[in-house]
Design a protein around this ligand. Structure first.
Ligand SMILES: [Zn+2]
Length: 257
């Protein structure tokens, strides 16, 4: 056989396989997004620092709002969460019966962009993966179960997950997700800085404002969402210590996969 899948492609395939096995669909969306889908619908305040030119690549920054009261700018998406907005918009238009029998369950792998300097752990263009489940009676314990299944399958070991309280505008409550270190299995090692845990992604229950912005009644439906860097997962899985190695096209790296 000639040629190789790039490690990120390889990881994307693995993640998609794991999530489709447990009933999630794969969703995709454009990399050039509206300001509304990238920020406002996700409950990010208009004056939030993440909207700065220093953090976001603006394609078109326009003052004022359209007739729905939505800002009219366009950005290179700064996270895959804009795809959640699109998926929830579509799902919200289904009949109540359909919504009850078919919760919205998606996994979204994709490329995102941040206007920042490059170093060993930062790139201005990188990959995220995120997931969303919206339905009746969805709780944080469902989130924990899904993530434990995901990490256990990805790292090939029974992996526990720990949730720590945190804040993100699009979730309430918000949590930081730690997974048990797969190298020392919680005993403590260099990889986990002797703590037994690795900080891996952000998550939480979808904020009622976000549900409302996407046409979903937060009194009837709840959801959880999680998201994190695919690069970080790849670096952990294969022991890569510099993110730039994933993107500089060095065949000595690519050929190892
Ligand atoms: Zn460890």
């Amino acid at each position: 056989m000639t040629g190789h899948a790039h490690p990120i492609t390889h990881l994307t395939d693995t993640i998609v396989r794991i999530f489709t096995e447990i009933g999630f669909d794969v969703a995709d969306g454009p990399e050039l997004e509206t300001e509304w889908n990238n920020f406002d619908a996700l409950n990010v305040p208009r004056d939030h620092p993440s909207r700065d030119m220093q953090d976001t690549f603006w394609i078109k920054k326009k003052p004022g709002v359209d007739k729905l009261g939505r800002p009219m700018g366009h950005v290179l998406r700064t996270h895959t969460s804009s795809v959640q907005v699109r998926a929830m918009d579509t799902w919200s238009k289904k009949s109540e019966e359909e919504k009850k029998s078919q919760p919205l369950a998606i996994v979204v792998p994709g490329k995102v962009f941040r206007n920042e300097a490059t170093d060993a752990t930062h790139e201005s263009q990188f990959y995220q993966v995120e997931g969303l489940l919206v339905g009746e009676d969805v709780t944080l314990s469902h989130l924990k179960g899904v993530l434990e299944t995901f990490f256990s399958k990805l790292f090939g070991k029974n992996t526990e997950v720990r949730l720590r309280s945190s804040f993100f505008p699009f979730v309430e409550p918000g949590v930081e997700v730690d997974m048990q270190c797969f190298k020392c299995e919680g005993g403590g090692c260099g990889l986990c800085k002797q703590t037994g845990w690795i900080e891996i992604m952000g998550a939480g229950m979808v904020h009622p404002n976000v549900l409302k912005n996407c046409g979903i009644n937060p009194r009837k439906y709840k959801g959880f969402a999680f998201g994190g860097g695919m690069d970080r997962l790849a670096m952990l899985k294969w022991g890569i210590d510099d993110i730039r190695l994933l993107y500089n096209g060095d065949l000595r790296v690519v050929n190892q996969f």
